[in-house]
Design a binder for this molecule. Structure first.
Ligand code: C5P
Length: 205
């Protein structure tokens, strides 16, 4: 059965963790669409042209180990404002969503632009301070030395760029269920998401 779950939200709100857990729980394939923009951003930092790079992107590019740095995240959100870059990445995402057995896609515009007919839509949020604290801990755990203030400034800059851009801005789809994870444990957030998806699956029959 084809079954699509769209999970959107700002950076470090918990959508990656929730998406992986939902995919595993329901046996669905998972695509972190941020990796597409990060892969383009990384190649642009290395001197490539954003639109050419996006048009030539290969799935192997998503396996680059260096895509999780703050510099690549900022570069990703800069290339993500370019309409031709976004257009070049649509087909890959929609093909992934259509795969037999169903899929979970997480990003910024999955429920609004990529999969407006998704069977279940979630919008995951948390306060900027809370998201920055999580990202800061993650970076420290990986041995990357950044101050909390810098990480918070990065989160705010990315939020502003993602929300204010003209094409596919970060906004909840009107039919998305919103989950604020600021004061939730991971288990509690995952449980809420799983309940929404289980209800949608039951409704589809
Ligand atoms: O989700 P992640 O933080 O890896 O995404 C990196 C950047 O890619 C985001 O800040 C956003 O600008 C862009 N992005 C997007 N649309 C998506 C996924 C990510 O614009 N569907």
């Amino acid at each position: 059965m084809s079954f699509v779950v769209a999970i959107d939200g700002p950076a470090a709100a918990g959508k990656g963790t929730i998406s992986r857990a939902v995919a595993e729980r329901f046996g669905l394939a998972h695509l972190d669409t941020g990796l597409l923009y990060r892969a383009v951003g990384a190649k642009v930092l290395a001197g490539g042209d954003p639109v050419d790079v996006a048009r030539a992107l290969d799935p192997v590019d998503l396996e680059n180990d260096d895509l999780r740095t703050p510099a690549v995240a900022q570069a990703a959100s800069e290339v993500a404002v370019i309409p031709q870059v976004r257009r070049a990445l649509v087909d890959f995402q929609r093909a992934f969503a259509c795969r037999a057995g169903g899929a979970v896609l997480d990003g910024r515009d999955i429920g609004t632009v990529i999969c407006p007919d998704a069977d279940a839509k979630l919008f995951i949020t948390a306060s900027p301070e809370c998201r920055a604290a999580r990202r800061h801990k993650e970076l420290m755990d990986r041995g990357m030395d950044h101050t909390f203030e810098n990480v918070l400034a990065d989160v705010r800059a990315r939020d502003a760029r993602d929300s204010d851009r003209a094409t596919a801005p970060l906004i909840p789809a009107s039919d998305a269920v919103q989950i604020d994870t600021s004061d939730l444990t991971i288990d509690a957030a995952v449980a809420q998401a799983v309940a929404v998806v289980a209800a949608a699956r039951q409704q589809k029959g």
